[in-house]
Design a protein around this ligand. Sequence first.
Ligand code: DOR
Ligand code: ZN
Length: 346
Amino acid sequence: MPDPTILTIRRPDDWHVHLRDGAMLAAVVGHTARQFARAIVMPNLSPPVTSTAMAAAYRERIIAALPEGSDFTPLMTCYLTDASDPDDLRRGFAQGVYTAAKLYPAHATTNSAHGVTDVANIRGALEAMQAIGMPLLVHGEVTTPEIDVFDREAVFIDRVLAPLVEAMPALKVVFEHITTAQAVAFVDGAGPNVAATITPQHLHLNRNALFAGGLRPHAYCLPVVKREEHRLALRRAATSGSAKYFLGTDTAPHAQSAKETDCGCAGIFNAPFALESYAAVFDEEGALDRFEAFASENGPRFYGLPLNQGTVTLERGATAVPAKIMVGGTTLVPFHFGETLGWRLR
Ligand code: DOR
Ligand code: ZN
């Protein structure tokens, strides 16, 4: 295709965000609302969002925190626990409060202590979801300490996800923030009811980035970035044109002080320049003509939601990413800090 200097696409959505709560919510939500029409909001608050009533109340807090004039719809999720109630899932989905439910294996990541200890324990919930067409969003990592941290996603596919998809062939599953060639092979080989989100950081970084010249806390997220061969497999998947892959940033803000410390939090705050970051990848791969499907079409089609009206325009030009973003009294370090990206959101 010709080399465009301007790229206009249908308004995109972000199918995986952490908006947090309270002061942090107020500080970060505008960054997502500025770039995206809708976002799937993760429920890993403390305490987690485990009921329709909690999700409805959280949705109100998000809407109240939006900057004046925002045109943004938060799509809510239920945090699954061993005690999840199938009736609450049915009710919340029927009422339009829940869009999906999230499976965190217990202790896999931030605020996952109440997560699921064994998928056998949520069989009833999953059967209800399969019956009503409610998507299951999966953090795909085993948590057994004997498994090497870089192998946790691949082992999860073998031990948990493949058997689950086989047992529930009609369940809609989004394998979130995939990081490995094994995940790409699994998603490619599964039916049309299995899809995946891919983050900007897993398209830009391999595991060398964690140790480039010293320990790099702002490259640390979960699942952790992997070897170069995996990054390349993710780039091929995202830019392949397959409808199974769509945009999900996994933007996960933590205060700078909570990242740059003895036991730093997992999570990359990529919301401020997410579209510019993805556009750079599609540009480098010679696939700008496939960016719109990844950003704006594949997600809503999978979820069974309408495509957005309206457009956004990116243009070639320098976007200098600041070293810090101050939010109230908190400092956040954005993804790509100190770099210059080659695309600019108009
Ligand atoms: O890096 C991550 N941060 N991965 C997750 O799964 C959770 C997230 C967070 O909430 O900070
Ligand atoms: Zn996440």
